[in-house]
Ligand binder design. Structure first.
Ligand code: IMP
Length: 197
């Protein structure tokens, strides 16, 4: 059975392929499936946005569809940037500009607690929907440390890894990351469903 991943990011597709190929799924990007759709993420939660993306692709094929939506939620900023993580410093802003904006907003904050959150939506060809969630906790540093990863990784200090996500190797980060955990929760649910059918 095919899984079409509703993303244009090949790294995400490769990560998902590694996890779901052993369950017998053939994982491919929406581009590989010949589907060209770009939806606006208008939801006010990660789960709603993941579903918006997955449903848009599911309408155009008869395969399983997977979509994810992630972001950084900072406690002292009432959960911001949240669903606006990618657009936090305006459209087209670089990762560095987003980090700069975050550090300015966090200048006077003593509570540095933050978490990355991912929701994954999975839709079966018969329309059944599964949504899973993964989270990882940490703290926002006062300046960037490390050069790996992307996005907010250089200022996100993982309390589990005892270093920033930008100091972690990719496999090390994937093992405990919000996305890794949401994928692992989906893997468990799919395995159970497959075993019961
Ligand atoms: P997406 O939904 O996975 O595209 O994530 C939206 C935005 O959240 C990204 O553009 C990043 O700014 C931020 N983000 C999500 N996951 C991570 C991560 O693992 N590290 C750093 N930033 C992330």
């Amino acid at each position: 059975m095919n899984i079409i991943v509703a993303t244009k990011n090949q790294n995400k597709v490769n990560e998902i392929k590694k996890i779901f190929a052993p369950l017998g799924f053939n994982v491919m990007s929406q581009e590989d499936a010949g589907i060209d759709v770009d939806v606006e993420e208008t939801g006010d939660t990660f789960a709603k946005n993941a579903l918006i993306k997955a449903r848009a692709v599911a309408m155009l094929c008869d395969d399983c569809v997977l979509a994810d939506d992630s972001g950084l939620c900072v406690e002292a900023l009432d959960g911001r940037p949240g669903v606006f993580s990618a657009r936090y410093a305006g459209p087209g802003a670089t990762d560095l500009e987003k980090i700069e904006k975050l550090l300015i907003e966090m200048q006077d904050k003593t509570n540095r607690k933050a978490k990355f959150v991912t929701n994954i939506a999975f839709i079966f060809p018969d329309g059944r929907e599964i949504v899973t969630q993964g989270e990882v906790s940490g703290k926002i540093l006062r300046e960037p440390v490390g050069s790996n990863g992307f996005g907010y990784d250089p200022v996100f200090y993982s309390t589990e890894l005892e270093k920033t996500f930008a100091q972690a190797e990719m496999d090390e980060k994937n093992r405990i990351s919000h996305r890794g955990r949401a994928l692992s929760a989906l893997y468990d649910e799919l395995k159970q469903i497959i075993n019961n059918e």
